[in-house]
Design a protein around this ligand. Structure first.
Ligand code: TYD
Ligand code: MG
Length: 460
């Protein structure tokens, strides 16, 4: 007989309690603690599948000297598409567990199905707990890639999934999604913390024991973090995030954790009628060609990971209609915007406190590079004064609290990208000039160390 054990979990952070509480002591959220019934394990209870904790007592690893550890390169499984390859750090590492998160409807299932269909020389098992086989077939027709090595399994019980896996012996497993799975060893409902955690642990054991890579799709909560406990992120080798604005066609793929590569890399996709297409020349798409310059528009030469990218920023400044001025920002951190406005007010004497300020980064893309600051500030000034910035000018610089323009990393790459796209002027921080040969570029490199200087460079 199995004894039912009652445990209370916070559905937000996964903290465990013995009794119900109104407020989670760990993440301070209210009403997130829910009772979950977990069966107590008995000795011979578990199937000796991957689901079972193998009895490892008695067999233990011996410590070995670090210098004696043989270093072998991870042999990677090549994936189709440059973007995914780069974000994964050069391909899929055998036996790795990858968590792929994103908001609903962003295109997670589409990207994973595309991956499954394109892996032509690999036996792939796509397990779906969300969609029927017919729905997946329809999606595959839409993407119009054919393959004869991709199996679809509609199943949510992990024991059944492992049963099928042992029969088919796939070389890559995709789970859509981890929140729909349930294991017989935990009684609580699918999607609850203990289920998600246990299912992921089973998949992890399977991946490590058989050296089969597993991708699990994970949902994202309203707040933008991966649903389920934080431990999920600790367990997996790689966490990929798919982000973007659902109303726009561009999607960004980032690695927020990667044990086998850099987390700086980023991939850009475009959602079309027939699936996701890689975007290899983002700068050309993210800048609108205008007949005449418009005030409030400034182009930033940014770096996303190791990739230079020119992005259009737009600002609109108008007199505040109500007592409290509004600040709204799409694709840029609102707190950072407030900071930039405070710098303009305090250091440059612009009265931003009585103005509404709206910011938009073109393409619905979220930029993390601080090198975008200078362009944004110039866009705000341009809109405030209603003076357009010349269309052939772009910016790369971070703005500090004292109003100084701070240097940014990889300035040469940014300058080269701007030059390649036909810009004739770029404004950078004076401190960035060290070590670069200004005369080797066709593009004119203007520099400033303070916000006031930029203003006179632009508008005379
Ligand atoms: P989906 O992959 O189902 O999102 P997720 O799994 O992250 O919830 O993608 C959903 C959206 O993508 C849906 O609104 C339709 C759109 N879409 C396209 O625009 N083109 C396509 O070829 C496909 C397959 C989907
Ligand atoms: Mg989906």
């Amino acid at each position: 007989m199995l004894k039912a054990k009652k445990v209370f979990y916070c559905q937000n952070c996964g903290a465990q309690y013995d009794k119900w509480l109104g407020k989670c002591n760990s993440c301070n959220e209210w009403n997130t603690i829910v009772e979950e019934v977990v069966k107590k394990e008995t000795k011979n209870d578990r199937l000796q599948l991957f689901t079972g904790h193998k009895n490892t007592a008695g067999k233990s690893n011996q410590p070995i000297l670090l210098q004696d550890v043989g270093l072998q390169e991870f042999p990677r499984i090549a994936v189709p598409g440059k973007e995914l390859t780069r974000v994964l750090g050069g391909g899929i590492v055998p036996g790795s567990l990858v968590l792929f998160g994103g908001e609903p409807g962003i295109g997670k299932s589409t990207l994973m199905l595309q991956l499954a269909l394109r892996m032509k020389n690999l036996k792939v098992l796509y397990v779906s707990g969300e969609e029927s086989e017919q729905q997946i077939k329809m999606r595959a027709e839409r993407i119009s890639i054919t393959t004869d090595t991709c199996f679809i399994l509609q199943e949510t019980n992990t024991q059944n999934i492992f049963q099928q896996i042992m029969e088919i012996e796939p070389q890559l497993v995709i789970i859509d999604s981890i929140q729909t799975l349930h294991t017989a060893y935990v009684d609580s409902s699918p999607g609850s913390v203990s289920q998600v955690r246990e299912c992921a642990a089973e998949l992890l054991r399977f991946a490590k024991e058989t050296n089969t890579p597993v991708f699990m799709i994970g949902h994202i909560t309203k707040e933008g973090s991966l649903a389920g406990p934080k431990v999920l992120e600790h367990m997996v080798d790689t966490v990929l995030q798919f982000e973007g604005d659902r109303n726009h066609i561009y999607r960004l793929l980032r690695a927020t954790k990667n044990r086998f590569g850099s987390t700086n890399e980023m991939g850009i996709y475009e959602m079309n009628g027939d699936g996701l297409r890689e975007v290899t020349n983002p700068s050309e798409i993210l800048i609108t060609n205008r007949d005449s310059p418009t005030s409030g528009v400034a182009i930033a030469a940014t770096m996303e990971g190791n990739r230079p990218m020119l992005i259009e920023t737009q600002a609109l400044v108008s007199s505040a209609a109500y007592g409290t001025p509004q600040r709204s920002s799409t694709g840029f951190d609102l707190r950072r915007l407030s900071m930039l406005l405070a710098v303009l007010e305090k250091r440059c004497g612009f009265r931003m406190g009585i103005k509404d300020v709206f910011i938009n980064i073109a393409g619905g893309i979220r930029v993390e590079d601080p090198g975008i600051d200078l362009a944004l500030v110039c866009g705000i000034l341009s809109s405030n004064e209603d003076l357009p910035i010349p269309q052939d000018t772009c910016f790369a610089g971070e703005v500090g609290l004292t109003g100084e323009i701070r240097p940014v990393n990889r300035i040469e790459q940014r300058i080269s990208e701007a030059e390649k796209l036909g810009f004739t002027k770029i404004i950078v921080s004076t401190h960035n000039l060290k070590g670069i040969n200004v005369n080797s570029y066709k593009i004119k490199i203007l520099h400033a160390s303070k916000m006031e200087e930029v203003f006179s460079l632009l508008f005379g």
